[in-house]
Structure formats: structure tokens, C-alpha cells
Design a protein around this ligand. Structure first.
Ligand code: NAG
Ligand code: NAG
Ligand code: NAG
Ligand code: NAG
Length: 254
């Protein structure tokens, strides 16, 4: 509280100095932290799913129930959120698939945020196939690229527009995951439905990614309807919860 207060005092002092023509302090501050000229021209695309009642969740027919509850407290509302760690757009940590690591606190709150923020390549995968080794080869992801978001048929099928979970969604096969580990430097794998891995290979694919020595982090259920393939900057910040995964707000900046 004291710090916030003294910070405000400084700002007031700087503004007063500026008004009186004593520009030394603001000039120094501006030189130290320049704001890019095009700062306000950036295009921000929200690639997170809206969390709401009825939203499709893994394996569910009816979608999320009582995700938000409004508790009326007279003139105000204090809501309650009741969300699964894998609801909506979310980030997995190693303990998701290596439960013993929960004990060592390799949880979503301790993920290196450098992995989740930075340049990202959005690629479109071919229709009618899962993300196999052959598909990874065909995408020709250059060495040095650390973050890739895979826009698949899931987006065109509008799977998240339906409440019922769809089991035949597009995702990585074990072969595709192995190829990504071997042939690229990727550490961030984004996808547009609830799992990076196809049904039946979920454990295998997650073990390959989260168990890779460089640690590949799956970012699942991104909303890519409005995203063209290309280069962006991604910011994907999971809730800081001591859990094996956590919902995240993810944005692309162009
Ligand atoms: C959802 O909330 C309503 C109203 O609070 C309650 O009656 C119902 O039992 C809840 N359903 C579930 C599945 O928790
Ligand atoms: C987080 O990742 C960055 C970039 O790879 C690396 O430089 C940094 O050392 C990492 N931090 C920790 C605490 O591991
Ligand atoms: C997925 O399964 C649904 C039925 O659940 C079916 O209508 C649809 O054709 C299938 N789609 C693909 C791509 O396999
Ligand atoms: C991807 O794999 C799943 C699980 O085997 C399957 O249901 C689905 O039809 C496959 N999708 C395509 C496009 O081949």
C-alpha cells in the first residue's frame, strides 16, 4: 500500500514538474522506456475460448454445467467459478502425464513463461489426415522456430460450436509427435481442439511432448477461426494455480 502511494506521489510530482516546465524527470523516464511509435496500431487477436455454461468439455455430452454461478448478495453479485483444469483454452504441465511430478511441483504455475510468450508460426494442416510424421515433414517447419500453432480441420468443422464432445477430432499421432521432437526445435505446440493428441494416443503423445528433454508444452483448444497462417507474437498465460494444467488467456499480436 505504501509503495503504491509513493508511486502516485512521484507521478503527481512528475506531472506537476512538466506543467511548470521542469521536464528533466519525464524526459529521462521517456528515454529509459520508449513506447514504440506503432504501439497502438498493433492488431490483437484473442485466440481463447469463452468459458461459459454449456461449453463443450472432454468426453461430455452436455458440456460444462454450473461453470459460473451467480450468488446474489443484495446489491451486488459474487460469482463462483467451477472450472476443470482442462476446460476451454488451457496449458498442460509435465505433471499432467507424469503424476509423480506433482510431488515435485512441476505444475502449471511453475512453467517457464519464456516458452509461452514470443514469436509463433501458425500453420494449416491438410484436411483428411491427422498430424502424422508425414504431415510434419510436409509442413517444413524451419529449425529455430520454437512455437507453432496447428490450425486443423477442427476449426473448419466448428467442433467447439457443438455442446457434445466429438471423439474423431484431428490431432497428433505418436509418429507425428516423435517427428516434431526429432526434426524441429519447437517447445510450444498449440492446437484448435481439446487435445493435441488423437483419441487412443493421448497418453503416448503427451508423454513424448512433456517428457522430451527440451520439454514441449501443449496449449490446447485455441480459437483459430479468424487466424490466417503466418507469423505472430503469442502471449499465453495460464492461471497461476498449483495444478497439473490451467485455463489460459491466449492472444496473438500482429
Ligand atoms: C447447479 O446449480 C444448481 C443451482 O445452484 C443446483 O441446483 C444444481 O444441483 C447444480 N448442478 C450441479 C451438477 O452441480
Ligand atoms: C526460461 O527459458 C528461457 C528461454 O529458453 C531461458 O533463457 C531461461 O533460462 C529459462 N528460465 C528458467 C528459470 O529455466
Ligand atoms: C466423426 O463422427 C461423426 C459421428 O460422431 C460423423 O458424423 C463424422 O462424419 C465423423 N467425421 C470424421 C471426419 O471422421
Ligand atoms: C484422426 O484420428 C482419430 C482417432 O484415431 C480418428 O477418429 C479420426 O478420424 C482421424 N482423423 C482423420 C482426419 O483422419
Amino acid at each position: 500500500m505504501k509503495m503504491i502511494f509513493s508511486c502516485w506521489i512521484n507521478i503527481i510530482a512528475i506531472v506537476a514538474a512538466a506543467r511548470n516546465g521542469f521536464l528533466t524527470i519525464p524526459a529521462v523516464a521517456a528515454a529509459a522506456a520508449p513506447i514504440p511509435a506503432d504501439f497502438d496500431d498493433r492488431i490483437i487477436i484473442d485466440i481463447s475460448r469463452t468459458m461459459r455454461n454449456g461449453m463443450a468439455t472432454f468426453g461430455s455430452v452436455t458440456g460444462a454445467r454450473n461453470l459460473t454461478t451467480e450468488i446474489f448478495g443484495g446489491p451486488y453479485i459474487d460469482g463462483i467459478l467451477n472450472i476443470g483444469t482442462h476446460y476451454g483454452t488451457h496449458v498442460d504441465s509435465p505433471s499432467h502425464i507424469f503424476p509423480e511430478q506433482l510431488l515435485h511441483q512441476v505444475t502449471v504455475d511453475s512453467l517457464n513463461l519464456s516458452t509461452l510468450v514470443g514469436p509463433v508460426l501458425v500453420v494449416q494442416t491438410p484436411n483428411g489426415v491427422n498430424i502424422t510424421g508425414q504431415v510434419i515433414d510436409s509442413l517444413k517447419i524451419p529449425r529455430g522456430v520454437k512455437r507453432v500453432i496447428f490450425k486443423t480441420q477442427n476449426t473448419y468443422r466448428k467442433l467447439m460450436d457443438q455442446q457434445k464432445f466429438e471423439g474423431n477430432f484431428t490431432g497428433f499421432t505418436v509418429g507425428g509427435a516423435r517427428r516434431l521432437v526429432q526434426k524441429t526445435d519447437v517447445t510450444f505446440v498449440g492446437i484448435d481442439y481439446m487435445s493435441v493428441a488423437v483419441e487412443g494416443q493421448i497418453v503416448g503423445v503427451h508423454k513424448i511432448f512433456l517428457g522430451a528433454s527440451r520439454g514441449i508444452i501443449p496449449v490446447e483448444n485455441l480459437k483459430l477461426d479468424e487466424v490466417e497462417p503466418g507469423c505472430y507474437t503469442v502471449y499465453c498465460l495460464p492461471l497461476r494455480v498449483l495444478a497439473e494444467a490451467g485455463p489460459a488467456r491466449c492472444i496473438l499480436v500482429k
